[in-house]
Structure formats: C-alpha cells, structure tokens
Design a protein around this ligand. Structure first.
Ligand code: ADQ
Length: 510
C-alpha cells in the first residue's frame, strides 16, 4: 500500500550532524508507519531550503510545501494557532478571527491538496491520510481532485462541544472540508460525539444527516467517524530506559537532586498544558509544608513553542515570573532552589533519564487531545521497575485510558496541591502496581497498533460497498431533518449515487 501522509510539517529538521527526524507528538506517532510502508509525506518545509528527497531510516519521499512569509503569518500563526487551536481547546484562550487569516488558510490548504493529489492520483492503491487542524479543508479538496481514492483524517486535538465550535465564522466550510474524508477519527468518544453533534446542528440546511456514527451526504456517500486513541512507540522508550547513556544521565541527575523527591513536568510551552496551575499548586504545597522546601524539587521542562504568537510569548514570561517568585519565597538559606526550569528541547533518550528519576510526573493540562508524555513516563518507569506516580488531569484524552493514575482537576489549584500530597503518600507497592498496569496498557495499544487500526478503518470505509448510504438508524446526534440541497456543494464521485444532482454542480478537478 502507498500511503500519502499530509501533515503541516515534514518529519525532518536540521540537527548538529545534518538532517534528522524531528521529535514531537505527531512525528513520534507517524514515523513507524512510514518506515513500514512506502509512500510520500507532504508537509511545510519550515522555510528551510535543501530538504532531502528521502531520509535513510524512513522509506518515504518527502514533498516539501514552501510558504511565503505572509502565509506563515496568516495561515500558520494566525488561523491555525490563534483561531483554531484555542477554539478547539474549548476556547480557554479567546480565539481571534480575521478574514485575511481565513483566506490564507484556504489558499494554503489548496496548495497542500494539489501536492497531495498529484501523489495520490498517480498511484491506484494510494491512501491519503490527512492530519490535524491545520489541514481541515484538505480531505474535500483531495476528493474533488481524486474522487475514488481512500481518504482518512485524524484530529490530534479535541473537538469542542457544538456551542463552542459554532463561534467559528467559517464553521460549515470546515465541517464540509472534513467530510471529504471516508473516515474522520478522534482520540476519544467525547470528541467524536461533539463532532457529530456539530454536524447535526450546523449542517442541517445542507441536507447532511447524522445517522448513528456516520454522516450521510447529499450524494449518498457515508462518512464514518472513529475513536482511535493515539499512543507511543513503547518498545523504543523501553529501549531508551535501559541504554548506557541513560544510566549515565540518571547518575548525574541523581547527584543533582540527591536527598530530594523529584516532581517533574514535561510539556510544550502551551497555555493548554496547565503549567501555571501546576506551579501555583507546587507553591501552595511549599507554603503549607515548610519541611518540603528542602526535601522536594519540582522541575519543569518546557519545549519552546509558537513564540511568534502573542499568547505564547506572554505565557513564557508568566511562567518565568512564577518560577522566580516561588524560588524567591521558598528557597531556604544554604539549600538548593525548590523549582528548576529548563526551556529547551531534549532528545528522547535524555527525557527518558528524567522520566526514570522522577518520583512523580505532574500532567495537568486544562485540556489536551491525548497527551503522550504520560504514556512515555509510565513506560520508562516500568522498564526500570520504578515506583513513580502519575498525576493526570481528567481533561486529557489519556485519562480515559489510564484509570490507575491519580486523576486531578487542574482548575482547582488548591485541590491539585492536595492531590500531589496524596500521590506522594501512596505506598511504593501501590504506585508500582499502578505503573505496571498503565505500562501494560500502553504496550498493548502502542502506536503501531494505532496506525494499523487506522489504515484498516480507512481502507474498509473507502470500499465501494461502505460508501452506500448508512442504515436509517436513529442517531443520538441528529438534531433534525434535512433542508434544501446545496448545488455544487459536494464533489461528484464516480460510481456513487448522486441524488438531486443539480445544474451548476462543480466538475471535480483532476
Ligand atoms: P502536543 O501538544 O505536542 O501534541 P504531547 O502529546 O504531550 O503534546 O506530545 C509532546 C511530545 O513532545 C512528546 O512525545 C514529548 O516527549 C515531546 N516533548 C515534550 N517536551 C519535550 C522536550 N523538552 N524536548 C523534546 N521533546 C519533548 C498534540 C496534541 C496532543 C496529542 C499529540 C499526538 O496536543 O494532545 O497527544 O498531538 O496526537
């Protein structure tokens, strides 16, 4: 099978020794697929020229998309990161909407779709797999260009309730863009349900109907939705946990944090991750328990992220002010500071050393599509027989899968500080058993399984028989009946029923 992956970024970056595969959630998840299948990866070159056509440890052709400075500003920093990102994260920061950003998003999505379609249409067994909120118009654009190719879409972030999604001025276009896919997949049932309810409420007038877990279009094509919690390459992290370099790093860190209980936070520096709430909870812990000021250390490792967006620059300043204030208040004379802070990216192997040493990992997002860091932590702890404890926000996709974690509500900062105390008070046996159970789950449902399940789902949904209308089952998501058919709204597909095809129906571009 030929897989054409379409994602905002290519999976490569310039490292100290030349081009290397990038770290990060999406790349971590997709790398094994591309190693196992031949194919193409379409993505933005990040403004760096000279991207290689292939990488030695990735059997994939890289197809770079070049963007102008204005497209980067408007499509990426603007619409993707200042409109869609906050909107899809329950609008915890107020989304900003600007028409120029939206127009740029449309243009850039068309550029990605043209590149992808050129790769998809030339191979009969190709499957297009589109990723994430940057490219939500792409499934439909590819469908217009290659009507019969299987197309899947995976959303790496949450889908909010319809009341929140409805704030987007271009909500119908985004929904119909996604419905160009055969399968639209989410991390959790909750996000999937929110999406189906959004379709039912906002696409009524387009003669689009939600039936069970599918969405049926005016031309009779049924779009399947799926729940597919993403995971990590557990074998790779298990390996990192026991490498000699990791042992060396652990020795150095153990020396640095000797006689201290180490609490750890590891995140992209993003306002969804609850870093401020975490720092405030640690502050309350130290305020309440003077003895802890010399016996615990809290280390926050933050990867620089999106510092071209105003809210992210402000967040960095605020985090650094809190770190300074807490240390100013609670460092005991003659002792080390209680809060440590690294603002940088680390290799997976280096992260593994921190995971191995940390007595507790604080994962406290206000909202997070999944969260891979907690899965990495339980894997490394288990590989070293550790008895660390995972504190996990109930507002992460991962909380559904890891019931053995100590769940917490980061909006309740004082409550969070008590949950940390509770977690640290658990016996080593209890903690070790919880880690083992969570690590077993992550091992069983690793990223390889996620990928093969997703590819099977897309292939199945795209088979001709599945494209016939779904049964007229009552749907928990349907808000009402249809309305007028929108001529020209849906690209025609060869061999598919197209009731009500009206004059003015657009011929798909090939
Ligand atoms: P992210 O928001 O980036 O991903 P997450 O799932 O936690 O969040 O993945 C972060 C990745 O970056 C992890 O693999 C982690 O190891 C790595 N990382 C973190 N800190 C690092 C550091 N200092 N140096 C190097 N690497 C670091 C988005 C969604 C998530 C979803 C993923 C995958 O927001 O909800 O889980 O995609 O779908």
């Amino acid at each position: 099978m030929n897989i054409v992956t379409i994602a905002n970024r290519l999976p490569v970056r310039m490292g100290e020794d030349g081009w290397e595969l990038s770290p990060g959630g999406l790349v971590t998840a997709l790398r094994p697929v591309m190693a196992a299948h031949s194919g193409v990866w379409v993505g933005w070159d990040g403004g760096i020229r000279g991207i290689p056509a292939t990488m030695p440890d990735l059997s994939v052709r890289l197809l770079p998309v070049g963007l102008t400075a204005s497209q980067v500003r408007q499509y990426y920093h603007g619409f993707a990161n200042a409109s869609l990102w906050p909107l899809l994260h329950d609008a915890i920061e107020k989304p900003r909407f600007e028409r120029a950003w939206w127009h740029s998003y449309q243009n850039v999505n068309a550029i990605f779709a043209d590149k992808a379609a050129a790769a998809v249409c030339e191979q009969p067994d190709a499957l297009a797999w589109v990723h994430d909120y940057h490219l939500m118009l792409v499934p439909r654009l590819i469908r217009e260009r290659c009507p019969d190719q299987p197309i899947g879409f995976f959303l790496h972030v949450p889908w909010p309730p319809p009341d929140i999604f409805a704030r987007l001025p271009w909500r119908e276009q985004i929904l119909t863009g996604l419905l160009g896919a055969d399968v639209v997949a989410f991390h959790t049932d909750e996000y999937r349900g929110n999406f189906l309810r959004s379709c039912a409420r906002l696409l009524r007038d387009d003669d689009i109907e939600v039936r069970g877990d599918s969405v049926v279009l005016p031309d009779g094509r049924a779009v399947t939705t799926a729940t597919a919690p993403i995971s990590i390459d557990a074998a790779e992290f298990t390996q990192h946990a026991v490498e000699p370099e990791t042992d060396n790093d652990i020795r150095l860190l153990a020396e640095q944090f000797r006689d201290r209980t180490l609490l750890l936070g590891v995140d992209r520096l993003d306002y969804t991750k609850g870093i401020i709430e975490r720092l405030l909870a640690v502050e309350m812990l130290l305020e309440r328990n003077p003895g802890l000021r010399t016996s615990i250390s809290f280390l926050q490792i933050a990867v620089p992220s999106r510092d071209d967006v105003r809210e992210y620059r402000q967040l960095r300043t605020t985090v650094e002010q809190h770190v300074g204030r807490i240390n100013g208040l609670y460092t005991e004379p003659g002792s080390d500071v209680p809060v440590h802070y690294l603002y940088r990216g680390l290799s997976q192997q280096q992260l593994a050393a921190y995971y191995a040493l940390a007595d507790a990992l604080l994962v406290t997002p206000l909202i997070d599509g999944m969260n891979l860091v907690c899965k990495e932590y339980v894997t490394v702890q288990n590989a070293r027989g550790g008895s660390g404890v995972l504190l996990l926000s109930e507002f992460t996709g991962a909380a559904d899968e890891l019931p053995q974690a100590v769940h917490c509500n980061p909006f309740d900062v004082e409550g969070l500080s008590y949950r940390i105390e509770y977690a640290l008070g658990l016996t080593a046996d209890t903690r070790r058993a919880a880690i083992a159970a969570m690590a077993a789950h992550v091992r069983d449902y690793d990223v390889y399984r996620w990928v093969s399940d997703q590819l099977a789902e897309i292939t199945k949904a795209a088979a001709p028989v599945s494209r016939l209308p779904a049964d007229r089952a009552a749907s928990p998501y349907t808000a009402g009946g249809g309305g007028a058919l929108c001529p020209g709204h849906w690209p025609a597909a060869a061999g598919r029923p197209q009731p009500g095809r009206a004059p003015g129906w657009r011929t798909p571009r090939r």
